[in-house]
Design a protein around this ligand. Sequence first.
Ligand code: ADP
Ligand code: MG
Length: 324
Amino acid sequence: MACNASRPRLVGSGGATEIVMLGLVMVVLLQTAPRGVTPWLLRLFPARGRPLMDLDRAKTVEPFAARPKPERGSEILVVEGATKRFGGLTAVNGVSFDLKAGEILGVIGPNGAGKSTLFNLLTGISPATAGEIRYRGDRIERMASRRIARLGVARTFQHVLLRSDMSALENVAVGAHLRSDRGYLSALLRLDRREEEKLLAEAMRQLERVGLAHLAQEPAGSLALGQQRILEIARALAADPALLLLDEPAAGLRFKEKQELADLLSKLREEGVAVLVVEHDMNFVMNLVDRLVVISFGQKICEGVPSHVQNDVAVQEAYLGVAA
Ligand code: ADP
Ligand code: MG
């Protein structure tokens, strides 16, 4: 007996078995379901019944108040000597240009020229070191990004930033939350059903506007890259912007997807939205924009209509040896 008692056991007594088993279950779960068991359960028991929102229902929900839009052709953005320094590096160096409502302005330049940094200054992601940026008369060069967004400036980023496990509809609803006076969380946690309906209906209307209404209930991560980029634009549009900034929206898209994107941006221009677009694909840019600003090493080296910019010697030099 004494001999038996001292023999090492595989699992101990007094609750040790449970701990070991629990540990094993945790290992298996972490290996096979790192995002939790909900996706499993949803696959086993797919949600039935009414979708969160559909087009017919969206039409019956009272929309958020629309922002008063600037008159077509009126000045919406004025950038004067915008400068951003990172220590010894001047990423944006005294850049000036303006933009009117209902105009598409392209910003082009080699990699590292400072285009994304310029976008960050315009959207309050980082404050300008010097210079002035005026949006509809308000100085925004050092304003917080949330306030700038509330004024009607929306953007997409160079790399797709979506919640891939959330539906397309919910991703777009996130973009509308700034228009709600209740806050997105309280709506999403269903503390306020009416507000939640308004957010989802707005998201549905924007999905229809960009031609993705049929994919509203799909997880964003399951969409093709081109659709994800358009979905990001829908999310930006849900904020009811007067100025839309797109950082390389055509990157990685196939020919047909690029055409669809160009059609959408032309449609937005018709509606009077001002669009600022950074893009590398020259064919895409040249056929779409009204004017171009060319940046190289942080400085504006040329500005004008596409045909003028194409023939500019400084621009050709800046691009020499750089894949456009
Ligand atoms: P582009 O979008 O035209 O390719 P970026 O605006 O991303 O160029 O970058 C311009 C320059 O600024 C690059 O040299 C880059 O390394 C630098 N830069 C960008 N952001 C930062 C940062 N947060 N800190 C330091 N340097 C930065
Ligand atoms: Mg960039």
